[in-house]
Design a protein around this ligand. Structure first.
Ligand code: GLY
Length: 376
């Protein structure tokens, strides 16, 4: 496959930086947002724990440097204490063990990693609310009936488990949650609610919340990106057209509302006064670009070319205008983590770096760890 020179150059430059510099300082820790040029690290129980080992697996799969594999494995082992203490975990087990144990299993066939991924999938399936047909997001008692758009990204772990254990219950749960997300989260215009509240007893939809967005009814940019990518993945795992159509609706909204440089502000529906000083979210752009490449694979002809071109244009803008220099160990500048909480606003974010590299890897012909995999 022919790879345009700038794509190969962008991959090589970032891979060199991570291997020669960032990985030597971070080691087997769990970086999240970068401050003053250095990633700050978090606990192995935090939802972002998988992105650094996932990035290391992307690089190891490409270049085969044993040290990067060892670091990824050390992160995975450090997460064992969390896997054994399920009360510290929420629905983001999918993010966490897809990019550690499932990635390891895909690359090395590790039986220990498959056991970890099955354990995480079982805990995740245990969060399913049968009456509401959703996976419970968080653990706080008043949030028993809350589900969030991000959870679409946790479903591939369940699809993998269904195949690995030859047990369709995992697939049934993933598919039921995806149906709920398409029905209740993705609005007719393609924008997405961050949080939907259900009655945890009856399953009745009670209302929506703005969550990490500007307000209830606004359009949080990263949520819009999770909708594109997550729905495309549900289509890839089930073949059901309604999930592809939902991803297309989310993509149409995202692409139609991008500013001139194709990198969104942190929320697409900010009042004019708030927009003037608003930070961008480069992580939303990277996630959307990677998701658009999967969506391109789900359609044909002009549409396929269009999604691929749009994804490539976003990645080109990230590369030309948002890449960090030598004073920064991260790859991408200008991510926004959680603006309403004042966390990691206008900073590099590890998931921005991960999805940027994942998308470049796709343009170089590789698949992602979230995609359907042949069983071993
Ligand atoms: N919890 C996922 C996010 O912040 O996007």
């Amino acid at each position: 496959m022919h790879t345009e020179a700038w794509i190969q150059d962008a991959w090589d430059a970032a891979a060199r930086k991570i291997a020669a510099r960032t990985s030597r300082r971070i080691g087997a820790e769990f970086p999240h947002g970068s401050h003053d040029g250095r990633y700050q690290v978090t606990a192995p129980s935090y939802w972002t724990a998988g992105f650094w080992p996932g990035l290391l697996w992307l690089l190891y799969r490409d270049g085969g440097e044993p040290r990067l594999k060892q670091l990824a494995e050390a992160c995975e082992e450090r997460m064992d204490e969390v896997l054994a203490d399920v009360g510290r975990l929420d629905h983001d087990m999918g993010f966490m063990w897809t990019l550690t144990s499932l990635a390891n299993w895909q690359i090395t066939g590790s039986a220990a990693s498959a056991r970890r991924a099955m354990t995480a999938a079982s805990h995740l399936a245990g969060r399913f609310n049968i009456n509401g047909r959703f996976i419970r997001a968080w653990n706080h008692p008043e949030r028993t009936g809350w589900a969030i758009i991000d959870c679409l990204m946790n479903l591939p772990l369940l699809h993998w488990a269904a195949k690995h254990a030859d047990d369709p219950r995992f697939r049934h749960i993933a598919t039921a949650h995806a149906e709920t997300a398409v029905r209740h989260f993705i609005r007719p215009d393609g924008s997405a609610h961050h949080i939907v509240r259900f009655d945890p007893e009856t399953g009745e939809r009670l209302g929506t919340l703005g969550g990490q967005g500007y307000a209830d009814g606004s359009a949080w940019a990263r949520g819009a990106a999770w909708a594109i990518y997550g729905a495309a993945l549900s289509h890839a795992h089930t073949g059901r057209a309604e999930f592809r159509d939902a991803s297309e609706r989310a993509a149409a909204f995202f692409l139609a509302n991008l500013p001139e440089d194709r990198i969104p502000y942190w929320d697409f529906r900010l009042p004019a006064a708030a927009q003037e000083q608003a930070p961008k979210d480069s992580s939303a752009a990277a996630i959307a670009a990677s998701g658009l490449l999967d969506l391109a694979a789900a359609v044909h002809g002009d549409k396929q070319a269009e999604y691929r071109e749009q994804a490539t244009a976003i990645l080109r803008s990230l590369t030309d205008r948002y890449r960090a220099g030598d004073d920064e160990e991260a790859i991408l500048l200008h991510g926004t983590g959680n603006l309403p909480m004042g966390q990691n606003v206008d900073r590099p974010l590890i998931y921005g770096d991960f999805f940027y590299m994942e998308a470049l890897a796709k343009l170089r012909g590789h698949s992602s760890f979230w995609s359907p995999q042949p069983q071993r």
